[in-house]
Design a protein around this ligand. Structure first.
Ligand code: FES
Ligand SMILES: [Fe+2]
Length: 431
């Protein structure tokens, strides 16, 4: 492929980036279980409910008195008071304006001001979505009721809680430019140049040293569930160093691992069209995470970010991510922003709220991104036609990333055959 540019039209960009109710991409995303909030954000049955914006919809998430999780429209169907102010009562929410009560399935079960309510033939409802709890995450299904898939089986859903650390943060740009950053190995030795040798969840591994090389062969190999995203560098003694990441339909990625550190899975879930929820699920399949690793992640290391209450991060767009120009000149940081997660956030948000793809200049090394967009557009079409969708089965979801050094003579298909499948108790292939 020669250097190319502006391969995507304004119209295609609209399809790729608009995710509200009734939009083609919104309909595709609604066919999957999506992470909504962390389980520990609403730990107590009958406790405080949370407001949540997802795919442009305003929702309320609450843990019922019996421990189940409900997701309802944020606005009462009566006269639209906000259910943030509702009472979390016996197995349901009660609007505090006129006392209507709703169960977790969206039925209105009491209207105290209407004595004959029990006899009404048609009763009002509030919009409600099913949930499932897995991997320390509350997942929500916002699609057609007859098409709800089996619960998620990503590797991090299947490990003990002590093997996993999860953060959710608010990113102030469209979901797709975020996910494009997640399958873009080209930026790593530039944007994260200094973190490869300083970040406590990268440094000291053979992989981090090898990743600093910028002479790279990039490829993307289609898979039934999405794609393998490949970066290949020369290593000593006629070997190649391979980094293999994963994209799983529609909005999940797994970064290639470093050494014995936890593997970093991601979800890129639209909040609305101008913002998204960035999920990072650090998971080690075969051992508990150490206290040191967990406190590093809480401090915003690895790809996590130090968060404040609104989940936008202490360093954010408003304060230019606390850019250090002196540090940039002194070769302490490549772009002046510190930590991997914040560097990604800064670059993705700097592309504008919705990246305008009709104005870009794409080159060979953007191959994985180009292929992903085409596949997304094609799959939007498949969904419109009622066809079968990728990424919905356990086989599609039980996969891993890998990093390894192998002799140059071994073709990709052969070296990747076994190592990309997650099997309980088997270690990740990682250097
Ligand atoms: S607005 Fe909720 S009960 Fe009236
Ligand atoms: Fe990055």
């Amino acid at each position: 492929m020669s250097a190319e540019y502006a391969l995507f039209s304004k119209e295609e960009n609209e399809i790729l980036t608009r995710t509200g109710p009734g939009t083609p991409m919104g309909k595709l995303l609604r066919r999957y279980w999506l992470p909504a909030i962390k389980s520990d954000e609403i730990p107590v049955p009958g406790g405080d409910q949370l407001r949540l914006k997802l795919l442009g919809e305003d929702l309320i998430v609450f843990r019922s008195t019996d421990g189940r999780v409900g997701v309802l429209d944020q606005f009462c169907p009566h006269r639209r008071a906000n259910l943030f102010f509702a009472r979390n009562e016996e197995c349901g929410l009660r609007c505090t304006y006129h006392g209507w009560k709703f169960d977790l399935d969206g039925n209105v079960i009491e209207i105290p001001s209407e004595p004959d309510f029990e006899q009404w033939e048609t009763k009002p409802r509030v919009k409600a979505y099913p949930t499932v709890e897995s991997g320390g995450i509350i997942w929500v299904y916002m699609g057609p009721s007859g098409q709800k898939p089996a619960p998620p089986e990503y590797e991090y859903c299947l490990v003990p809680d002590e093997h996993r650390f999860v953060t959710r943060r608010w990113e102030e740009c469209n979901w797709l430019q975020g996910m494009e950053g997640g399958i873009d190995p080209v930026h790593v030795p530039f944007l994260h140049k200094y973190e490869l040798s300083t970040d406590p969840l990268h440094r000291g591994t053979a992989g981090a040293d090898l990743t600093s090389a910028t002479n790279i062969f990039y490829d993307s190999v289609d898979q039934p569930y999405g794609a393998n995203v490949i970066a290949r560098r020369d290593a000593e003694d006629e070997n190649y160093y391979w980094r293999i990441g994963q994209w799983i339909f529609p909005c999940f990625t797994i970064a290639p691992p470093y050494g014995d550190f936890a593997m970093g899975s991601n979800a890129w879930v639209p909040r609305d069209d101008n913002s998204f929820w960035r999920w990072i699920i650090s998971c080690h399949p075969t051992r508990k995470l150490t206290k040191t690793e967990i406190s590093a992640m809480e401090e915003g290391k690895g790809t996590h970010v130090r968060l404040n209450d609104d989940l936008k991060g202490i360093a954010n767009r408003e304060n230019d991510y606390l850019i250090d120009r002196e540090g940039q000149r002194a070769e302490k940081t490549f772009n002046g922003v510190y930590t991997v997660g914040l560097q990604d956030k800064a670059m993705q948000e700097s592309q504008g709220e919705i990246h305008q793809r009709q104005f870009e200049y794409l080159v060979n090394s953007d191959k994985s991104i180009i292929k992903m967009r085409r596949r997304l557009l094609a799959t939007v079409g498949i969904n419109e036609q009622g066809g079968e969708l990728p990424g919905l089965t356990a086989v599609d979801q039980r996969i891993r990333s890998a990093s390894l050094v192998k002799p140059k003579g071994i073709p990709y298909e052969e070296l990747s055959e076994d190592i990309l499948v997650s099997r309980k108790g088997t270690p990740v292939t990682s250097i």
